[in-house]
Design a protein around this ligand. Structure first.
Ligand SMILES: Nc1ncnc2c1ncn2[C@@H]1O[C@H](COP(=O)(O)OP(=O)(O)OP(=O)(O)O)[C@@H](O)[C@H]1O
Ligand SMILES: [Mg+2]
Length: 379
């Protein structure tokens, strides 16, 4: 379609990362082959001597529970930086001075343990500047913890929605940079892992940011290896986050790489609009972001009305049109016609490089001064 016509796809045929003994077939326990591959990872970890170091194979290290308790001041509430379905996340300081994020599995349910295994396995094998780094894990008694590099700016979600009073919104160019580099992270899963890996839970909460707003994809607990050989999809129980799930996957459980592309399209739309995929605090017609945006997609003159008002008109309209074109391609109902992640990455990099301040012209400002509602700004 139009937005790619000016760009040549620079898809590279690079050597692929072997994803252990994983079988892409689903199993009742969740992830086919995961335990076999995990045992391999554990074996490699056992071969490393010493703590807080990485072995030459890049496999994350084992931590003792006491070591992580010390790192977090006994899981002190003031060190808690977030909480998700898996459990609480703490900022921690290792004895070697390294700052880390420590995720502690809460004790309810078996699903969490399966996710823990998959997370360790995937992140032990997948390494890329736009994927969060797993430093180690802890399996001590019934404790299960994951230790990651610390991402000082938190998640993309934290910077897009419900900003605190006085907090600077992300500029258009930073949004495009985040989009382009996140696409490169996803490309690593789709194109360089062998077999390919489907993330299955792509969303703004799972894109973490460093001090320079470089994004890193996180939360691989639901990841699946993609269809093998001439199979078109993996059949699996529907998991993920409401609002981000591709329609065909939500309806039939047929999972493909294109399911991630749909979720990526939802994230792009959140970046453009500053609105959540699903926001129950909005009026009925505006709660589902895609439904709300659809009428604007078909009328280019109205397109600027969907842009995040916190940008105060500071975005290049040409880039907006192209960003929306990429987004709508990702969100197509038919998975087959959604674009390949490498093409998306090339297109977004082009937009990121044409979104610098000098390219920005001010446009109609819908809501120049955001009005605070209690402690937070609402869009
Ligand atoms: N490596 C990290 N560095 C810094 N902060 C982190 C890190 N990992 C997670 N966090 C913080 O912890 C919060 C919770 O993360 P978590 O992945 O547990 O839940 P979630 O992604 O918000 O929701 P879900 O349960 O759907 O996964 C994140 O929003 C982020 O602010
Ligand atoms: Mg997360």
């Amino acid at each position: 379609m139009s937005c790619f016509s000016c760009l040549s796809s620079r898809r590279k045929d690079v050597s692929r990362v072997q994803i252990g003994n994983l079988s892409p077939s689903d199993s009742s326990s969740g992830i086919g082959g995961v335990n076999v591959a995990y045992a391999e990872v554990e074996k490699k970890k056992g071969e490393t001597n010493g703590k807080n170091v990485k072995n030459s194979s890049g496999v994350a290290v084992n931590f003792g529970f006491m070591e992580l308790a010390e790192a977090t001041g006994g899981f002190e509430e003031t060190n808690m930086i977030g909480e998700g379905g898996f459990g609480k996340v703490y900022k921690g300081f290792l004895s070697n001075g390294e700052v880390v994020a420590i995720k502690q599995l809460s004790h309810d349910g078996h699903q969490g343990f399966q996710e823990f295994l998959t997370e360790v396995l995937m992140l032990s094998l997948l390494h890329h500047p736009n994927l969060v780094k797993l430093i180690g894990s802890c399996t001590d008694g019934d404790q299960r913890l994951l230790v990651y590099e610390y991402m000082p700016m938190g998640s993309l979600e934290d910077h897009l929605f419900d900003l605190n009073r006085g907090e600077e919104p992300l500029s258009w160019s930073v949004r495009m940079k985040i989009a382009a580099r996140s696409a490169r992270g996803l490309e690593h899963l789709h194109c360089k892992a062998d077999p390919p890996v489907i993330h299955r839970d792509l969303k703004s909460a799972n894109i973490l940011l460093d001090n320079e707003f470089n994004p890193k994809l996180s939360d691989f607990g639901l990841a699946k290896v993609g269809p093998d050989g001439d199979k078109s999809h993996v059949s699996t129980r529907v998991m993920g986050t409401y609002g981000y799930c591709a329609p065909e996957y939500a309806m039939s459980g047929k999972l493909t790489l294109k399911s991630d592309i749909y979720s990526f399209g939802v994230v792009l739309l959140e970046l453009i609009t500053g609105r959540r995929a699903i926001d129950e605090s909005k009026r009925p017609g505006e709660q589902n972001l895609i439904t709300w945006c659809r009428p604007f997609f078909s009328d280019q003159r109205k397109l600027i009305q969907i842009v995040d008002p916190l940008l105060r008109g500071n975005f290049p309209v040409r880039c907006l049109h192209q960003a929306v074109a990429i987004t709508t391609m990702c969100l197509q109902e038919q998975p087959k016609v959604r674009p390949h992640i490498s093409d998306i990455a090339v297109a977004l990099e082009y937009l990121a490089s044409h979104s610098s301040t000098s390219d920005i012209h001010r446009h109609g400002v819908r809501n120049p001064t955001p009005q605070p509602t209690s402690e937070k700004y609402r869009i």
